[in-house]
Write a protein of this length. Structure first.
Length: 277
């Protein structure tokens, strides 16, 4: 049995050796190249490109409105042709009520200030013609008038009025302001002569748009206002209830009113609160 196993292993080894020799011999032989001969002919070349990406326009224009608001209607869809001057959308303006009230109150205060400055300048001008007022005082009065005019113009712009050369007369007509020439020939906004005094309703609305709360302690009344609106409200209080108080002092957002006694402070506080209802 052992002798048979040895013979088998010897034959297997010899077969492997022979097979390896044959394999290596075939690998060393040159490979025969086979050529295929074809006849030339005309044909169409087809070229395919496979890629991923996104289509972008060559020229792109960003369109945005000049005012802030909500787009209420859109008249053009993406890809449609648009001609110059066509309306593509409408924007609904939603004003912030606090800012709007502040701007309107600033216009009213600027108008009051311009009226007062104008009257003071008229008096100064009359005295200057008589030689009572110096040239320096006269120039100071004229400068103050110009500042009041510019303040009204800025207030009108903030309130949304288009105070341009062509529209200012129409836009501020309800404020009783007209455009005219000053002594130097420049255009200025000048207060027209008023035929009737302001109504109490005007000052009540002015106060209501400017004030947040009213409280009193002892003979003092404290009025809390929106930022920058204390002077506006103080003008209204002085006009409406000037006979009920000793005096008032306005800051940026607070008014301190001094009355004759605590009962007067309580009564004035109640009157002011009624204006906020």
């Amino acid at each position: 049995m052992k002798k048979f196993l040895k013979i088998f292993l010897g034959v297997l080894f010899a077969a492997l050796l022979l097979g390896t020799f044959v394999f290596l011999w075939q690998k060393t032989r040159p490979v025969k190249v086979v050529y295929t001969i074809v006849q030339p002919k005309l044909d169409t070349l087809k070229q395919f490109v496979v890629a991923t990406g996104k289509v972008e326009p060559r020229d792109e224009v960003l369109i945005k409105p000049q005012i802030s608001g909500i787009v209420s209607d859109v008249y053009k869809e993406a890809g449609q042709m648009v001609r110059k001057g066509e309306v593509i959308a409408t924007v609904k303006v939603v004003p912030e009520m606090g800012q709007l009230s502040s701007a309107e109150s600033r216009v009213s205060v600027a108008e009051i200030s311009l009226d007062q400055t104008r009257r003071e300048f008229d008096r100064t001008e009359a005295l200057h013609k008589k030689g009572v007022v110096s040239d320096e005082e006269y120039e100071q009065g004229r400068t103050a008038l110009r500042k009041a005019q510019e303040e009204l113009q800025n207030a009108l712009i903030e309130a949304g009025y288009d105070v341009t050369q062509s529209t200012v007369s129409r836009d501020i007509k309800k404020l009783r302001i007209v455009k005219g020439h000053d002594r130097d020939g420049n255009y200025r906004y000048i207060a027209a002569e008023q035929t009737a005094p302001r109504s109490d309703n005007h000052y009540r609305e002015l106060f209501a748009h400017s004030v947040k709360s009213v409280a009193y302690a002892l003979n003092n009344v404290v009025v809390k206002c929106y930022t920058g609106m204390a002077s506006t409200a103080c003008v209204a209080v002085d006009e409406l209830f000037g006979d009920m108080m000793l005096g008032s002092l306005a800051g940026d957002d607070t008014i301190i009113i001094v009355t004759y006694n605590e009962h007067g402070a309580e009564q004035l506080s109640r009157e002011l609160k009624n204006l906020l209802v």
